[in-house]
Design a binder for this molecule. Structure first.
Ligand SMILES: CC(C)(COP(=O)(O)OP(=O)(O)OC[C@H]1O[C@@H](n2cnc3c(N)ncnc32)[C@H](O)[C@@H]1OP(=O)(O)O)[C@@H](O)C(=O)NCCC(=O)NCCS
Length: 353
């Protein structure tokens, strides 16, 4: 993960030596202020883990070097530097905060101390209390969820809030709130719920192809979407789905839930095409990710979006560092009057002038 951070910030694949230097740098930034744990512990235990995660990030805003240097009159050409420091400091702390929330909320309040000898992904698996190869699952999951084209709600929100020169703590907390929505980060848990619903109806057995087709049509005919399928931008199988499928083929080829995911991949695209609505009938990143977490014992659905959030932070924090380096302006939506909209509609919806 640390090497990926280097890659996102520089566009260059790091050497092993450079990767290890980033690993060491992250370790020096990993300590979490004690008040973050106080904030988390003060929240009712049935608070959604995404609320806890977002609150912990926001609580650390007082640590922002960007806010401090801005108030001291820093020049615009220097903005990127404290933004980089804030973003790296945040990234070094997020996996431990996520693991703390998990152990506090779901594992009878038994946090596991960090092991400073480990890298970010290894330490995360250790603090979650999940054995190997979950460290590899964590690295894969975080990297695959970092971002893709930044047009999604969480990436855009983070960029938008940072464009007001709000620091990284304000901006990331806002982006995480967007990720918490059911059409965004929450979709992976819906996939899992749907798959388990199929198993439940069949008393734990895998469906036949005909039975599966019927389940898919029943879902569509009841006005619901097929979770894990479709995408606002992609028009083919999401490469992040393919990476996870390859991981499953290697590590859990006989797991019934993985088999069912593969069966769905065989029949759902044709059904969605016949249904005629979705512009993209292919699976997205969420179609498989919950199954992997479940296999490794992470069965608390609500927590999945926090995992997504740690990964998404990698991408969006690198983005806002570059936003400041490139001197991007404050962003605001275009305002239009009703007259302009009516003219636009009368002209057949062509570009607003
Ligand atoms: C991802 C998603 C929100 C993209 O939405 P979008 O950009 O509006 O997608 P489209 O332009 O293809 O939507 C056109 C129509 O197809 C429908 N559609 C899209 N994906 C569908 C799916 N998986 N199952 C059934 N219908 C779907 C939409 O609901 C929409 O219907 P409407 O015209 O009645 O409103 C959508 O595909 C979806 O809801 N997928 C399931 C949830 C999911 O997997 N989310 C994770 C995304 S990474």
């Amino acid at each position: 993960m640390e090497g990926f951070w280097y890659f996102l910030l520089t566009g260059e694949v790091p050497t092993m030596e450079q990767t290890l230097a980033v690993v060491e740098d992250f370790k020096s930034r990993a300590a979490i202020p004690g008040y973050v744990f106080d904030v988390l512990r003060a929240m009712p235990r049935d608070t959604h883990p995404m609320t806890m995660f977002s609150a912990a990030i926001l609580a650390m805003q007082r640590e922002s070097l960007f806010a401090k240097r801005y108030s001291e009159g820093m020049k615009k050409t220097e903005y990127w530097d404290p933004m980089y420091e804030d973003c790296t400091n945040l990234m070094a702390k997020l996996p431990a905060i996520a693991a703390y929330i998990y152990r506090m909320k779901y594992k009878s309040d038994t946090p596991i101390a960090s092991n400073p000898a480990l890298d970010l992904g290894g330490n995360f698996a250790h603090m979650m209390g999940i054995a190997k190869p979950y460290d590899d699952v964590a690295r894969m999951y975080f990297i695959l969820h970092s971002d893709h084209e930044s047009g999604n709600v969480s990436a855009h929100t983070t960029h938008l809030v940072a464009s007001a020169l709000s620091d990284a703590y304000y901006a990331l907390s806002a982006g995480i709130n967007g990720l918490a929505g059911p059409l965004h980060g929450l979709a992976n848990q819906e996939v899992l719920g749907w798959i388990q619903g199929v198993f439940k109806k069949l008393g734990g057995k895998l469906p036949t192809e005909e039975e599966l087709k019927k389940f898919l049509w029943d879902t569509l005919n009841s006005g619901q979407v097929i979770p894990g399928y479709g995408h606002a931008v992609l028009r083919k199988t999401d490469p992040r789905y393919t990476s996870q499928m390859e991981f499953c083929q290697k590590h859990l080829p006989d797991y019934p839930m993985f088999k069912l995911v593969n069966m769905i991949y065989k029949v759902a695209p044709d059904i969605l095409r016949e249904h005629g609505k979705a512009k993209n009938p292919w699976p997205n990143v969420d179609a498989q990710s919950g199954v992997i977490q479940w296999y490794y014992g992470l069965v608390e659905y609500d927590f999945y979006t926090v995992l997504f959030g740690v990964g998404r932070a990698l991408g969006v924090l690198a983005n806002i560092t570059w936003d400041r380096a490139l001197g991007y302006a404050i962003e605001r939506p275009k305002s239009v009057t009703t007259d302009m909209l009516e003219k636009w509609a009368a002209e057949g919806g062509r570009k607003l002038g």
